[in-house]
Design a binder for this molecule. Structure first.
Ligand SMILES: CC(C)(COP(=O)(O)OP(=O)(O)OC[C@H]1O[C@@H](n2cnc3c(N)ncnc32)[C@H](O)[C@@H]1OP(=O)(O)O)[C@@H](O)C(=O)NCCC(=O)NCCS
Length: 165
């Protein structure tokens, strides 16, 4: 992503979302109709990538979550303290408008989310994502995410390994 052409900023309800089209109706509808209310209720945060002329090229949402220790792969779980829940950050949604696909914006948004989670004063062991289908799961795997043993569309990345993003 060229730093001069795009910038990632917190969501603002005054941005024009009406024409956003990532190819997934559910992700478009959520962004156009629901995200504002969820931000107001503090159940999610949202960041968008803007073009120089303020067009929204993509967005992601991020919120606190946890994962059961027993849900992690055993070789990872055995290195963690025996608390039942492991603190994590969930990237709930990630979408890039179809006219900006393949430019590296999906990776840049993912890196931005990992960076914010990594720098937070509030500890989280990993970032979790729920892929909407196998293609989305492949995108996350391409970026080093590991599938949770019991749910193939849920993936995680320990934030310690993501520090180089
Ligand atoms: C998935 C999505 C966010 C990717 O965004 P994008 O900006 O087109 O992707 P990028 O240009 O950043 O791709 C970066 C890298 O990921 C790879 N990649 C992209 N989509 C991929 C996929 N489905 N599977 C595997 N790798 C993928 C690219 O080849 C590229 O690899 P490289 O850096 O080694 O060259 C976008 O296609 C999208 O919005 N899809 C619809 C919504 C969706 O599926 N969201 C996922 C969360 S549910």
């Amino acid at each position: 992503m060229s730093a001069s052409k795009f910038r990632v900023v917190p969501f603002d309800k005054n941005f024009d979302r009406t024409t956003f089209n990532c190819g997934s109706e559910a992700l478009d509808r959520y962004f156009q109709q629901q995200v504002s209310q969820e931000i107001r209720r503090r159940v999610t945060a949202c960041f968008v990538v803007l073009t120089q002329d303020q067009m929204i090229a993509g967005y992601y949402t991020i919120a606190a979550t946890s994962v059961p220790l027993t849900g992690l792969p055993p070789d990872i779980a055995k290195k963690l303290p025996r608390y039942p829940l492991v603190p994590a950050v969930r990237m709930g949604r990630l979408a890039v408008d179809h006219s900006f696909k393949g430019l590296g914006l999906g990776s840049a948004l993912l890196a931005d989310a990992l960076h914010r989670a990594f720098l937070s004063d509030i500890a989280a062991y990993a970032m979790l994502v729920d892929a909407k289908d196998d293609e989305a799961a492949a995108f996350y795997q391409h970026h080093g995410f590991i599938t949770l043993p019991d749910s193939p569309l849920s993936l995680f990345l320990p934030l310690a390994t993501a520090s180089g993003f």
